[in-house]
Design a protein around this ligand. Structure first.
Ligand code: PRX
Length: 661
């Protein structure tokens, strides 16, 4: 049975214990339902109340929601605030100021701690250094940093002076970095000489150098380099400065710059169905409200918690649940530099024991790979560590198969911790459909119910509601504060991608298929309905990979990329390639496939490398020349072809393409 099929027949229910319900902030389903009702009865009043209670405003807003230019919604527009002040300054003068904000464990296991007060000083000093570089409110700054305190400091410092950050995951290639610098018009890059992962020193600055050498980055003036390791890196005089050089003589006080609620806090690039990655633009006010609110709602965060979200700051999860949410909530969080399998695959469990983690938030892919490791080596099974400090578990990024959910529940959560399977996207800014730990009975593989005020529904292609029990497209019918505001520099694409005219232009189209349970209306996400793949929780566009392949013009004539289910990574990339020369076989085919994999890694990043490459003399096309992707999906899965192939121009090539290397 496939992961999706097993999710669809799942009916085990795990209600939270009475003790958990009693202690929770949103305590029991009636409390959840009361919030939903409040949002339904007075939508704007509901959000206004929460925005007043959860955000510190320099200037209060007078209008909650402006829908006059829908779908370009504006929230709290005339209000002013600063995101960094909401994460740091807010705690000064309270008992939180001397509390540990971040416990950092490096790749080699060294642990350092930084208090809220110290973090504020560090962020302020860095903010002054940015100003000294001439960086000002409204400028864009690209952040290409390893996991660690400095990455958070860089983001917070941008927010402090009103500069818009655009973080790029350290696994993306020079080409991807260059494209993002150009698209965002970034004036500066903040990076590190190296990053440490699994005991290895991996170059980051060298990738920035390569990106800048590709040309076209005309807006870029300076590069600030954190010396993570003692190994020197290339420095360009007049352009590059180490952190030490940039910070020398800077004061550790810096007044936060108030910005309008709609001011772009950040741009984060993500893959879509067509063309280049899109710069998802987020606001300051609505986004920050969401980061704070979902820490309270979904994680029921408490002062004594030790919160650990394992996501990298290069992804949206690392933005909302590393950089902003935990700090806005005044929590203590663990940040980990390394990888879950170094020096052994019990590292996560060991760290939970060592730091007494109480809330643990990770991706299904990580869970699946650690299950596999524990099954092959008893010594890295979670039972070898004391995980009794845990009280809530979370997952994010892709559907979790019920087997993995049950393993997580039993072996990590000790059958006592609620699992919050949080559905959301780069575009939603934070959780939108998720269980609440002290209220929602959970079902393995289901993200259960929308948060209060999130009007999620399932519709058909014309935007009409579909009854519970049948599958359709996931939409959100009303705007919410932390939603994407636009695609940076491309408002038309924003409208077309998320608010399609065919569905009336008013529904936010998530791009996922979903079905609601006929009995309890719980949502189950069945996966993307567009040409976006989810590999290990990382979003990849099939078109992006196709264009990377065909850009190898000396070799590739044509390419089509599809996803296929994979037990470990959720989905895997499968590429069908027609070469400019004759179709290779045997060893030669393997060698060319490797060459192409490395090419894709160079063009996009190693995460986009096709797992499967098949060569054909041609691709299956209709007589009108359209590639029949449905057929390719079946071939990739290894299924027998049952589709009608009478319109297929060249049926013989199906056999060729089914041949594995
Ligand atoms: O397909 C859904 C899947 O991840 C997509 C969003 O990817 P991204 O923007 O990179 O953000 C990931 C982190 C929030 C969604 O369209 N997805 C995310 N969470 C879940 C999920 N699928 C099923 N269940 C989830 N809990």
């Amino acid at each position: 049975m496939s992961a999706i099929e097993s999710v669809l027949v799942e009916n085990r229910v795990f209600p939270p214990s009475e003790a958990i319900v009693k202690a929770a902030r949103i305590s029991g389903m009636p409390a959840y339902e009361a919030l939903c009702k409040e949002a339904e009865q007075d939508f704007e009043g509901f959000w206004a109340r929460l925005a007043r209670e959860n955000v510190v405003w320099n200037k209060p807003f007078t209008k909650t929601l402006d829908e006059s230019k829908a779908p370009f919604y504006k929230w709290f527009e005339d209000g002013e605030l600063n995101a960094s002040a909401n994460c740091l300054d807010k705690h000064i003068g309270t008992p939180t100021e001397n509390k540990t904000a971040i416990v950092f464990e490096s790749d080699d296991g060294t642990v350092t701690r930084i208090s809220y007060k110290e973090l504020l000083a560090k962020v302020s000093r860095f903010a002054n250094a940015l100003k000294a570089q001439g960086i000002k409110k409204g400028d864009r700054v690209l952040v290409y940093m390893p996991m660690g305190v400095e990455g958070v400091v860089a983001m917070q410092a941008c927010a402090r002076i009103g500069a818009t950050h655009s973080v790029v995951f350290g696994g993306f290639s020079a080409k991807s970095v260059q494209e993002r610098i150009i698209d965002a018009g970034a004036v500066a890059v903040i990076t590190a000489n190296f990053q440490m992962r699994g005991g290895k020193e991996l170059g980051l600055k060298s990738i920035i150098d390569e990106a800048l050498a590709m040309g076209g980055c005309d807006t870029l003036k300076s590069v600030l380099v954190y010396m993570r390791t003692a190994t020197p890196c290339n420095m360009v005089a007049g352009r590059d400065k180490t952190f030490d050089e940039a910070l020398a003589g800077q004061s550790d006080e810096c007044k936060p710059e108030p910005v309008g609620a709609e001011h772009p806090l950040f741009i984060l690039y993500t893959s879509g169905s067509t063309g280049k990655p899109k710069g998802v633009q987020h606001s300051t006010g609505g986004y920050l409200l969401w980061a704070k609110l979902t820490m309270d709602w979904t994680f029921d965060i408490r002062p004594e918690d030790l919160f650990w979200c394992t996501a990298d700051i290069g992804w949206i999860t690392g933005h909302t649940y590393v950089c902003y949410g935990p700090l806005a909530a005044g929590a203590t969080q663990l940040i980990f530099e390394g990888i879950p399998t170094f020096p052994h695959a019990g590292r996560f469990w060991q760290m939970i024991e060592k730091h007494k983690v109480s809330i643990f938030y990770t991706a299904p892919t990580a869970i699946r790979s650690l299950i596999k490791a524990a099954e092959t080596d008893e010594k890295v099974h979670p039972k070898n560590w004391d995980l009794s400090s845990l009280r809530i578990l979370g997952t994010v990024g892709e559907p979790i198969n019920p087997e993995a959910w049950m393993w997580y529940h039993r072996n990590v959560g000790g059958e006592r911790c609620p699992i919050v399977d949080t559905f959301w996207q780069t575009e939603t800014g934070g959780h939108v459909i998720t269980p609440l730990p002290g209220a929602t009975p959970t079902v393995p593989g289901s993200c259960t119910l929308p948060l209060p005020g999130i009007m999620a529904a399932i519709v058909d292609e014309a935007g009409k509601d579909i009854p519970n029990g049948s599958g359709g497209m996931l939409v959100i019918k009303r705007p919410w504060p932390s939603m994407i505001r636009t695609i940076w520099g491309d408002p038309e694409r924003f409208k077309k991608s998320y608010f399609p005219e065919e569905m009336g232009g008013k529904l936010y189209l998530a791009g996922d298929g979903a079905v609601r349970n006929a009995d309890n209306a719980y949502f189950r996400i069945t996966g993307r309905i567009d040409d976006v793949l989810n590999v290990s929780g990382h979003r990849l566009g099939t078109m992006e990979i196709e264009s990377a392949l065909v850009s190898k013009t000396d070799l590739v004539a044509e390419a089509a990329v599809v996803g296929r289910p994979d037990d470990l990574t959720g989905e895997a990339v499968c590429a069908f390639v027609v070469l400019k020369r004759s179709r290779p076989t045997g060893e030669e085919a393997k060698q060319i496939a490797n060459e192409l994999r490395n090419w894709v890694a160079k063009e996009i990043g190693p995460i986009a490398k096709p797992k499967d490459i098949r060569f054909g003399d041609n691709l299956p096309k209709t007589r009108s020349g359209k590639i029949m992707r449905r057929l390719l999906r079946s071939i990739a899965k290894g299924e027998a072809i049952t589709q009608d192939i009478t319109t297929l121009e060249n049926p013989a090539i199906l056999e060729q393409l089914a041949e594995k290397l």
